[in-house]
Design a protein around this ligand. Structure first.
Ligand code: NAP
Length: 293
């Protein structure tokens, strides 16, 4: 059994990007610039955005944080998006979700220029991804695909079960793994809360990607010998063993499942660290595409 070390791979990718930024700087090129729009003061959103800004600083990108109060109107927010679309110095930007209930997330996402949509949420990028065309792929699926690639995990002809069909994780992953090429060519089943026979499907699967947000959902008896397990779930579970009073828990019962499988991602330290580096990679790509016109 091999542990897929997302922390290590993420650090490698950050170092690779930092090197590229050094080359850009020394040749007098334009430094990649990522902007983030943050509405309100939701604590998890504050943490995620701060992490993204910090990562930009670490690798030498420029970053800009645009903040608005919770009561901003949809129209004003969309105007701010249009301003970032037009700003020649910004290569890519994100609008941190969730947005307050009175704002349509879909309207805001659709107002982003697809060429600057480094979160990969715009329908144009999702459509291009589904067709196997070059596109910005959203951070978590892109990070998982990169882990599979770097660990050279075979996917062709494999039975792959993706559990969870959200637009940001399960659905794009199921598309990517069924595309022609590598990592892809898998025979994918996409399960969700209405799927009646998940244990049976899981037992037949060579690759299981658990992205449902249900701690310990995948047990040892649901996994066949040699399976590859990617645990996307992150849930805060109360714990007396940590100072904070909670621990981050995945969708997989690691202790039961790990001895049976060929590869497994831990939580934390597996998929999570890959998410921000995927955003940085998309920003670098956006910057290069703008330069090449
Ligand atoms: P989400 O939008 O809540 O979607 C959850 C999906 O799981 C839905 O499709 C739901 O089915 C399905 N589901 C829920 N309970 C189920 C059950 N008992 N059996 C089968 N399917 C079930 O969640 P998400 O945003 O995709 O996130 C999923 C998990 O990944 C969460 O724990 C989240 O914190 C984590 N996450 C981690 C990262 C990372 O960087 N590691 C990034 C994003 C998300 P229905 O569609 O039928 O409701």
């Amino acid at each position: 059994m091999q542990i897929i070390d997302g922390k290590k791979v993420a650090a490698e990718i950050k170092a690779e990007i930092a090197l590229e930024v050094d080359c850009i700087k020394s040749s007098g090129g334009k430094i990649p610039h990522l902007a983030a729009i943050l509405v309100g003061h939701d604590p998890p959103s504050e943490t995620y955005v701060a992490g993204k800004v910090r990562a930009c600083e670490e690798i030498g990108f420029k970053s800009t944080l645009v903040r608005f109060d919770n009561d901003i109107s949809e129209e004003t927010l969309i105007n701010a998006v249009h301003n970032l679309n037009k700003d020649a110095d910004i290569d890519g930007f994100i609008v941190q979700l969730p947005l307050p209930g009175h704002i349509s997330e879909q309207n805001v996402i659709e107002s982003i220029d697809p060429a600057k949509d480094v979160d990969g949420f715009h329908p144009v990028n999702i459509g291009r991804m589904v067709l196997g065309m070059p596109s910005f792929i959203s951070a978590t699926p892109a990070g998982i695909i990169e882990l599979i690639r770097r660990y050279e995990i075979p996917t062709a002809g494999k039975a792959c079960l993706v559990i969870g069909r959200s637009n940001i994780v399960g659905r794009p992953l199921s598309n990517l793994l069924s595309l022609k090429g590598y990592p892809g060519n898998a025979t994918v089943t996409l399960a969700h809360s209405k799927t009646s026979n998940i244990p049976e499907l899981a037992l037949k699967s060579d690759i299981i990607i658990a992205a449902l947000g249900s701690p310990g959902f995948i047990t040892g008896e649901m996994v066949k010998e040699g399976a590859v397990i990617i645990d996307v779930g992150i849930t805060r579970v109360k714990s007396d063993l940590t100072r904070s009073g909670y621990k981050l828990t995945g969708d997989v019962k690691f202790d039961e499942v790990a001895p049976k499988c060929s590869y497994i991602t831990p939580v934390p330290g597996g998929v999570g660290p890959m998410t921000i580096v995927s955003l940085l990679r998309n920003t670098l790509l956006a910057s290069k595409q703008r330069i090449s016109g």
